[in-house]
Design a binder for this molecule. Structure first.
Ligand SMILES: [Zn+2]
Length: 210
């Protein structure tokens, strides 16, 4: 697990350096299927170290003296239910994804059109869950439900969760989601060429995602 915990700390610093995370927002975790290592409460992602990670079991029982992010319940719910057997989670309040999550007329079934094959390969289908108080049991339940069929979940008026088999995979998804949301706003009033059904089918055939 040490390698994955090191990857988590590197990813956290990189997210902070690039403006994906600011203040003490954002939290990341990795799991071995029995235990979870999650970033500590109130901490900036700027300089996390493996020693500062809060370790807990899948029921939320603390296994060391570090206090986990108050958003830990949705991490546990996501791991318990993940259809893909996720072992890593990224949660950010990054600007463009949060902007997307605040649109009143957001289509929960298709929050963004498919502009690029990478969105299709790494993010879609993107689940959308309603606004629920950060840290609440209701939010954990909604994220857990979404994880039954999705690796990427947009949380209304809040941020997003991406899941992966490794931290690198969860990070790839997070970056793709944030950058696609940025493109969405840049192109919102433009006439767009979207991927055709045939092009989408080809991606599904070659890369196994639809
Ligand atoms: Zn949050």
């Amino acid at each position: 697990m040490q390698t994955e915990i090191d990857s988590l700390c590197e990813a956290a610093a990189s997210f902070h350096a690039r403006g994906y995370a600011f203040g003490s927002t954002g939290n990341l975790s990795v799991s071995d299927g029995k235990r979870v290592w999650i970033s500590p409460t109130g901490a900036s992602l700027r300089k996390l170290t493996p020693e500062r990670m809060a370790e807990m079991d899948m029921d939320g029982l603390a296994l060391n003296g570090n206090k986990a992010s108050k958003e830990y319940p949705f991490h546990l719910a996501a791991y318990r239910n993940s259809f893909s057997g996720a072992r890593a989670l990224v949660h950010l309040h990054s600007t463009w994804a949060v902007a997307l999550s605040c649109l009143e007329d957001l289509d929960a079934a298709a929050p963004m059109p498919v502009f690029t094959p990478y969105y299709l390969m790494r993010v879609a289908p993107l689940a959308v869950i309603p606004y629920l108080r950060p840290g609440s049991a209701e939010l954990a339940e909604a994220v857990g439900e979404a994880a039954r069929g999705h690796d990427c979940v947009l949380m209304r008026n809040h941020g997003f969760v991406t899941l992966g088999g490794t931290m690198d995979e969860a990070v790839d998804r997070a970056e793709e989601l944030e950058e696609t949301a940025k493109l969405f706003f840049l192109l919102r009033n433009e006439k767009l060429r979207l991927l055709t059904d045939g092009e989408r089918a080809e991606i599904a055939r070659v890369y196994g995602r639809k």
